[in-house]
Design a binder for this molecule. Sequence first.
Ligand SMILES: C[S@@+](CC[C@H](N)C(=O)[O-])C[C@H]1O[C@@H](n2cnc3c(N)ncnc32)[C@H](O)[C@@H]1O
Length: 213
Amino acid sequence: MTFLPKSWFSFLRKNKNISKSSSPNKLDWRPIASLNPDNEFELLEEWASIRSKWGFKSALEIGAYHGKSTIVLAQFFNPVYTIDLWGNIDDGLGEYESIGQTTFTPFIKNVINFKLINKIVPILGTSEVLNHLPKLNVDFIYVDGSHEYDDVRLDLLYSHKHLSDIGVIVIDDYHRRSNDMWLGLQRAVDEFISLYDYRIVDHRLGKLLVARR
Ligand SMILES: C[S@@+](CC[C@H](N)C(=O)[O-])C[C@H]1O[C@@H](n2cnc3c(N)ncnc32)[C@H](O)[C@@H]1O
């Protein structure tokens, strides 16, 4: 199940002229709450910035939380589709029962404050919705939702069908030397890479950047 909240459409109707122009580069997204440290957002910004200079246009994100990574990506890409349950989180796992009830309000407030609302398409739900959409043809995918094996496997399977020929996928928390707590996530990524013939382009701060061979 998925839907865009009604508040989103009424906000857009009232603010037709907001953020029609392209956003200035390098916004100060640091004060936004997040579960990841700022140096990881700097790395995401670096990867997104380089690829936007190469002509990458659009992005898809799984796992938005308060919108920090969404805002980093929307500096460079338009549109940015972003999928989240925006409900309670238990040990990295989103709870379907509380969908839309907790983090959607700070998310939408942050996106509005940064004047990026017209670039962002929020999708309330799980990556399963991607299985029902026509190809989005996005150039940059960022996977940072549930960290459980079954969910990551589906997040990668459903999202990569929407990747353009030139596109790349970035996966959060793949591997940190000092921390092997996301073994299920690593297994899902390893299986995906070998099954669909992706290659590792970069791997820093636990973030993995892969592209098709
Ligand atoms: C680590 S946070 C994302 C951090 C975010 N990228 C940022 O910039 O701060 C993980 C997010 O994934 C969401 N989530 C967890 N399981 C999910 C699932 N199965 N489908 C969609 N979203 C999920 C949670 O609600 C949470 O907001």
